[in-house]
Design a protein around this ligand. Structure first.
Ligand code: FAD
Length: 434
């Protein structure tokens, strides 16, 4: 490609598509490069789509987007090896005209999103890997090099949307490689079953959906979580833990997934299903403190590549879309003032992001990742086991006076963690949560 573009976007995931769409709609000449065969072919997500953030980009998305089920129920399970204690919320209010959350299948969804980017006027080139950034003699990024022949392409601004494992930014020295204690490795399977069986097993009608998030002995004391999401004709099921914990324990992701599937609370949900897809992907878990430099001379970074992921609330794609949109809006503003794409002006992107929910939420939980990592044995193993024991003690009617049962439960907590330990954990959790 000989011509020069206003902007090059590297990656066609949620962040890259949001940025390319916004800039193209704003009249910029945009080139988007994606290494996958098509947008979405490399991408993995649970996946919950948060409608609000997509609506800001494509207000009428419900008309033709490939959506699975709208969520009416959320279940949170605390598990030991034989039981789970659940917190469920279900509301008829979620059966609304414009539902707030949906399950999606990323491969289909990203393809659709990419079509919208093309319709907005951007040039989208798949099967093209960006191998390096092109710079001028002052070190300003002026474009990219790709694995295609004659692969140097120039633009006023390069938007890095290459995802959590993007090598480009790290190789170019724009940010560090994510450390093992700051990324989780998740594995996921798609279990296919007839629609009516899924609806009966999850207590759903028509397009209603439910998601289950699970913590406990399933992660063997590592910082991690399991998930089960109901789609129309399949169930997405997976588990992820910090890479540092896998290194420390020698546990394997597929070993965890296997045990999760065989758990007595999970096995009946997927019984008789056919597994048609297996995938693995990293998730940024470092939170606010892991966010790298977000802009520089001729470049900005968005989405997972910028570690913008709220793991406490299991939100990533919405932060990706929002950071993509905000970066694009900042770039459009700078361009409309005929200013160059240099740090002095690109700082506007960070300022706008700081004012959004993205940074406000990540800042709120800035101490959570370290707490969850350093106390993983307590939060992901000891407490779920104690809660399970307490529930069983509470529910089993065996002639033991209730006062004795309460003492027993209290004793099991204090002998496992001591009063000081319990108060310490509660205090640390409350402080990190506020
Ligand atoms: P990605 O979606 O990873 O896209 C990056 C793109 O860049 C890819 O298409 C890749 O092929 C391309 N690329 C990389 N390098 C190059 C290169 N050099 N040249 C060209 N192209 C390149 N978030 C939610 O909101 N809800 C959920 O339910 C949820 N569940 C999740 C479950 C799992 C198992 C995982 C792994 C993640 C989950 N997330 C969830 C997080 C969410 O998937 C991410 O936050 C989101 O996909 C980030 O979007 P992105 O565009 O930044 O990166």
């Amino acid at each position: 490609i000989e011509e020069k573009f206003d902007a090059i976007v590297v990656g066609a995931g949620m962040a890259g598509n949001a940025a390319a769409l916004t800039m193209a709609e704003g009249g910029m000449k945009v080139l988007q490069l994606e290494r996958g065969e098509y947008s979405g072919s490399k991408n993995v997500q649970g996946a919950i789509l948060y409608a609000d953030m997509l609506e800001k980009l494509l207000p009428d998305f419900r008309e033709d987007a490939p959506l699975e089920r709208h969520l009416v129920e959320q279940r949170f399970w605390m598990m030991d090896d034989r039981s789970h204690t659940g917190l469920h919320y279900r509301s008829e209010d979620f059966n609304e005209d414009k539902p707030n959350r949906y399950t999606i299948i990323r491969a289909q969804f990203d393809k659709w999103f990419s079509q919208k980017v093309r319709e907005a006027g951007a040039t989208v080139l798949c099967e093209t890997t960006v191998t390096d950034l092109a710079r001028d003699s002052d070190g300003k990024v002026i474009g990219v090099r790709t694995d295609r022949r004659d692969g140097e392409i120039h633009a006023d601004i390069v938007v890095l949307a290459e995802g959590v494992n993007g090598m480009l930014g790290t190789r170019a020295g724009l940010r560090e490689r994510p450390k093992p204690e700051k990324v989780a490795l998740a594995v996921k399977e798609m279990h296919f079953l007839p629609r009516e069986i899924i609806e009966a097993r999850f207590n759903l009608k028509s397009d209603e959906g439910v998601v289950i998030e699970a913590v406990g002995t399933i992660s063997r004391g590592m910082t991690g979580m399991g998930f089960i999401y109901a789609n129309k004709e399949c169930i997405s099921l997976g588990i992820g833990c910090l890479v540092a914990d896998f290194q420390r324990t020698g546990e394997t992701p597929y070993g965890l997934l296997d045990r999760f599937k065989r758990h007595p609370s999970v096995a009946p949900l997927i019984e008789g299903s056919e597994v048609k897809e297996y995938s693995a992907h990293l998730i940024p878990e470092g939170g606010f403190k892991a966010i790298p430099q977000l802009y520089g001379n001729g470049w900005v970074v968005i989405g997972d590549a910028a570690q913008l992921n709220n793991t406490i609330h299991r939100e990533g794609s919405n932060l990706a879309m929002t950071s993509g949109r905000i970066a694009a809006e900042a770039i459009l503003r700078i361009k409309s003032r005929n200013q160059p794409m240099i740090p002095q002006y690109l700082a506007l992107y960070k300022k706008m992001l700081d004012e959004s929910f993205v940074i406000k939420d990540l800042r709120k939980y800035k101490d959570m990742p370290a707490l969850m990592h350093t106390r993983s044995q307590n939060f992901f193993l000891t407490y779920p086991q104690l809660v399970s024991k307490a529930m069983q003690n509470f529910l089993r009617v065996d002639g033991t006076p209730k006062i004795e049962k309460e003492k027993l439960t209290l004793r099991s907590f204090t002998s496992a963690r001591s009063r000081r330990g319990l108060f310490g954990d509660a205090f640390r959790l409350a402080r990190a949560w506020r």
